[in-house]
Design a protein around this ligand. Structure first.
Ligand code: 6PG
Length: 248
C-alpha cells in the first residue's frame, strides 16, 4: 500500500507519525537523520505526551538509515541529533542503540562494520525492519542515496559508503535491498522547500537514478508519506496515491 497523508504543520506530521509508530509497536527501527524527524524524536521522548509510555524502549533496537562521515559528537552527526532529541531522555539499554561507527577514518570501514552489526542483529537474511523512517532531500535523495549515486545499484551489500560530490564528503548509508525490505516505510516531509520535489517524486514515472526516493518501493511492506500542507502545496488537489513502481 502506498499512501500520502497530509497534515497542517510539522508538529501534526510528527504527532501522526508518533501515533503510527506506537500502533506498530516496532522492535526494530531504522531512524533517519536530517532536520525533519527531530520533532518526532522529541515528541516520542516527551513525558508530557502520550507516546513515551507506550513504547517498549528496552525491547526496541534502533539503527540509522545513514550517517555523515563525522564523529558522533560532531554538530552534523545524525546520531548526536537523535541522542539529544530522544535517546538521552529515555531509559534505553546501550546495546539497543546501533550507531554507525562514523568516526572511522575510512568511510568504507564504517560501512563494513555496520554491515557486520546488521548481519549479527538480523542473521544472514536481508534485514526486514519493522519500521524505517526516511526523509526527502530537495534533489530527490533519501537516506544518503543521492542522484546518480553508484550506491543505488548495490544489490548485495546492506550498507555503502558513497562519495557525494556535491557535499565533497563521504556518507554511510543503508542500501535499497534493506530499505525496500522494511515492513513499514515512512517518509516524513515538511516545508515549502520540498513542495516541488515531492510532486516530482510522486507524480512522475520512475526515474530513480534522478530521484532516488522513487526507488523506495517496499517489496512486502507499506509505504506511507507523512507530509505537511506546505510540502504538499504542489500536489494536484484531487487525492493522489503515489505511483506504484512500474518495474520492481
Ligand atoms: C541525512 C538524511 C537525509 C535527509 C534529507 C532531508 O543524513 O541528511 O538522512 O536523507 O533525510 O536530506 O533532510 P532534512 O530533513 O534536513 O530536510
Amino acid at each position: 500500500m502506498n499512501e500520502l497523508k497530509t497534515f497542517s504543520n510539522p508538529t501534526e506530521v510528527a504527532r501522526a507519525a508518533a501515533q503510527h509508530w506506537v500502533s506498530l509497536n516496532p522492535k526494530t527501527v531504522a531512524l533517519s537523520g536530517g532536520s525533519t524527524p527531530r520533532v518526532l524524536y522529541e515528541l516520542l521522548a516527551d513525558p508530557a505526551e502520550p507516546f513515551r509510555e507506550r513504547i517498549a524502549w528496552a525491547k526496541t533496537h534502533f539503527f540509522f538509515t545513514d550517517e555523515r562521515h563525522v564523529p558522533p559528537d560532531h554538530p552534523d552527526s545524525n546520531y548526536r541529533m537523535v541522542n539529544e532529541a530522544m535517546f538521552s531522555r529515555v531509559s534505553l539499554p546501550a546495546q539497543n542503540i546501533h550507531r554507525i561507527p562514523s568516526e572511522e577514518p575510512v568511510a568504507q570501514d564504517a560501512s563494513e562494520k555496520y554491515e557486520i552489526d546488521l548481519r549479527k542483529s538480523f542473521g544472514e537474511a536481508i534485514p526486514a525492519f519493522d519500521l524505517i523512517l526516511l526523509g526527502l532531500g530537495e534533489d530527490g535523495h533519501t537516506a544518503s542515496l543521492f542522484p546518480h549515486s553508484p550506491a543505488l545499484r548495490e544489490t548485495t551489500r546492506l550498507v555503502a559508503a558513497p562519495w557525494v560530490e556535491k557535499l565533497n564528503a563521504y556518507r554511510i548509508t543503508m542500501t535499497l535491498p534493506v530499505l525496500n525490505s522494511g515492513l513499514s516505510v515512512v517518509f516524513l516531509v515538511t516545508g515549502a522547500s520540498k513542495a516541488q520535489i515531492l510532486s516530482e517524486v510522486i507524480k512522475t514515472d520512475k526515474k530513480s537514478d534522478l530521484y532516488p526516493a522513487q526507488a523506495i518501493q517496499p517489496l512486502n511492506g507499506e509505504l506511507v508519506w507523512f507530509v505537511d500542507q506546505a510540502a504538499a502545496a504542489a500536489q494536484p488537489t484531487t487525492p493522489q496515491t503515489p505511483k506504484p513502481s512500474t518495474t520492481c
